[in-house]
Design a protein around this ligand. Structure first.
Ligand code: DGY
Length: 331
């Protein structure tokens, strides 16, 4: 007798090997052309799927969840962040939510260092100069950046990614400072020779480089507000590989334009405002390096995310607690 396979709907194209395994294990509906699903298509999906596999692009809010049929039991997100999902609404409706933690940590920490160096050593400006022919040969005073060795780095959010950034930054000769809800354990603190700041404001005012590595939750929305951005030293650099919404983007643009801040390296701009002409102007002036949400974009990372999704669905369907369950208000 063949066992009825659970109906799984995947909202975006995933790496081939992940999709193949999904088709082997479940009754899977793939999105082969990789077009983001419209709201209508998402509604159809939650009415049909037993398991939905969305990504960071899909807004799974309370209104969508309220339209889900009783058959929908699991939302196994192909993402680390779950700010795009109303986990509380899902939980109330008896739908379990899982994510893909841990597997993006090292790649995101690498990208944080990449942005830090790109910004401080003017990598994108240098590349453009070669491409547009304005490079006419080496000169002692041309394209000078700022050294990062010996500088103070303040990390906002010392979870897995923040700690991975700290380890790399220490090897680059930066001294490590951080603000977090709680200090890290003693062994980690000793290894990093880190300074804990209970007061975010106090830390921000003293750092040469700030790296934002906290999750986006209602509590961290615009954590780097206009008031806090004004605390930064005028020669400070700000790096954000967390969600754009953690920084007040309008205030950031003003601070950069008014030379109240030396530069920003962003992997992800806030969905509020999008890529404005002001942002592009700052990028042309070398005050800004923006990447299109590439922090975790490695093939290894994507395969491991797929692996987590498969394990979560499999474990759940076998009647056990999936390992990466997201608990409302905690994860
Ligand atoms: C995630 O999964 O939350 C990442 O932002 C995707 O890169």
């Amino acid at each position: 007798m063949t066992r009825k396979l659970p109906k799984v709907i995947v909202t975006r194209k995933l790496p081939d090997s992940v999709e193949t395994r999904m088709c082997e294990l479940f009754d899977t509906k793939l999105n082969l052309n990789d077009e983001p699903m419209s709201r209508e298509q998402l509604i159809e999906a939650v009415k049909e799927a037993e398991v939905l596999v969305p990504t960071v692009n899909d807004k799974i809010d309370a209104a969508l969840i309220s339209q889900a049929g009783d058959q929908l039991k699991l939302i196994s997100s192909f993402s680390n962040g779950t700010d795009q999902i109303d986990v509380e609404a899902a939980t109330k409706k008896g739908i379990v939510v899982t994510n893909t933690p841990n597997v993006l940590t090292e790649d995101t920490a690498d990208m944080t260092m990449g942005l830090m160096i790109a910004l401080s050593r003017r990598l994108t400006e240098g590349t453009k100069a070669v491409e547009n022919g304005s490079f006419k040969g080496w000169s002692p005073t041309w394209m000078l950046g700022q050294r990062i060795w010996g500088k103070r780095l303040g990390i906002v959010g010392m979870g897995r990614i923040g700690t991975a950034v700290a380890k790399r930054a220490k090897a680059f000769g930066l001294s490590i400072h951080y603000h977090n809800r709680h200090p890290v354990d003693e062994a980690t603190s000793d290894e990093l020779e880190a300074t804990y700041w209970d007061s975010l404001d106090q830390m921000l005012a003293r750092m040469d480089i700030i790296s934002v590595n906290c999750p986006y939750t209602p509590a961290t929305y615009h954590l780097l507000s206009k008031r806090r951005l004004a605390l930064l030293k005028p020669n400070a650099l700000l790096i954000n590989t967390a969600r754009g919404e953690v920084i007040n983007q309008e205030a950031l643009i003003d601070a950069l334009a008014d030379n109240k801040l030396a530069g920003a390296g962003l992997d992800f701009i806030s969905s509020e405002g999008g890529i404005s002409p002001e942002l592009m102007k700052l990028s042309d002036k070398g005050k800004l390096v923006i990447l299109p949400h590439m922090g975790s974009a490695t093939i290894e990372g994507r395969l491991e995310m797929g692996e987590r999704v498969l394990i979560n669905i499999r474990t759940f369907m076998d009647g056990h607690k999936p390992p990466d369950r997201v608990i409302p208000g905690i994860s």
